[in-house]
Design a protein around this ligand. Sequence first.
Ligand SMILES: [Zn+2]
Ligand SMILES: [Zn+2]
Length: 439
Amino acid sequence: MTLLDQVFCMLATSLCNHCLGRQFALLGYGLKNDARGEILRSLLALEAYDLLFSDPEKALSLLNRVVAEAHSCESLNDTSVDTQKVVELELTCYLCNGRFKAIPVLSSRVMEALKDYEFSTFLVGIELPFVVIEREDEFKGRCQVSHSESMKSHFSRVIGKQVAFATEKLVDHHTPDIVALVNPFVNSITLQVNSLYVAGRYRKLVRGIPQSRWLCSECHGAGCVKCDWVGKKYPESIEELIGIPVYRHANGREIAFHGAGREDIDTLMLGSGRPFVVEIKEPKKRFINLATIRNEINAFAEGKIEVGVLVFADKDVVRRIKKAEASKKIYNAIVEFARDVTAEELRRIEDVLCGSVIHQQTPLRVLQRRADLIREKHIYAAKLRRLSKRRAELKLHCQGGLYVKELISGDEGRTKPSLASIIDTEAKSIQLDVLGVID
Ligand SMILES: [Zn+2]
Ligand SMILES: [Zn+2]
């Protein structure tokens, strides 16, 4: 098929210039699809005139196609599209039902929807009715189309350009702040507002605060007698202490808190703190002042926790932080033994633990939340300092994810070796602090 044969084939159905030109969009640059369509139509007309004497019948059939369309195109060329017009035009183009003419209307509706949100980047996504996609596929097959731009791409590109121009924001195909989903055929616009991520490190300076919001086991958050109608087992959490000030500034819908691992409720988090990311879902504001928020968090937490410098982050940082659970940790624990222990026994524990690999089966106390399996965790260094006959301070440098309380007690033989098993007595942690999380 020559190019003109293709055009002739295509014009067997009525097409707008946008859709005609779009079928050849990959041939050369610098032309808009509708201009391309107009040229192709004129070419077909020239061909018809060329054949007027040698093959009048063919010439007439060519002209019929061109003229019929040219006529319908005339009415399409009005750019001041109002809804009434759009309805009329729906009869005109076999492929798009005249919807390309509604692009200015769709663009301004997208801008209207976006105006309540702060954003730097966006993307226009297009949803098409199945029947429209099928119709175009069948059409492409019939006319052997191989250089076309898809209808989705055309709508997305042109609306995106208009919105970018008017709002002075950037189109981003990978991680846009907001995706505007447009269905040009039913005139619907849906916004998908991507999360705002703020990263930092927290120190926990008092015991008794869980990392995440801990709902009441009785009412699961609804409020009942057992929880004094607050719905929670603990009145506050690190998630809330850090998340709420961020959430207020960003004016979002929901908070998600991602920590690089977690310490127990009764464990302090000291040193330079534990990395975290606060995710605010569907934020209205993104241009928030993190220095102000940091001060607010620290004031709001009244010395219970403390956050360092806050920075904007993204989904990748959350992924990295989840993996950081496997990073190195430094712990300080106070160990109590069931009997008097000698300095020699403490040295023996150090010798066994230093550079060893611990086989740790999921602790009984977390069995409900985590799969029951055996994890191997490295201990890089262990130092014991005798405090009294039965007490010692343990300084531990180990791989993240090791359960230290169980390393001390042995957890009924589920953690091997353990302080208890090495000197064959019972042992327990009576105070545990995280001194450092090393990336
Ligand atoms: Zn069309
Ligand atoms: Zn309750």
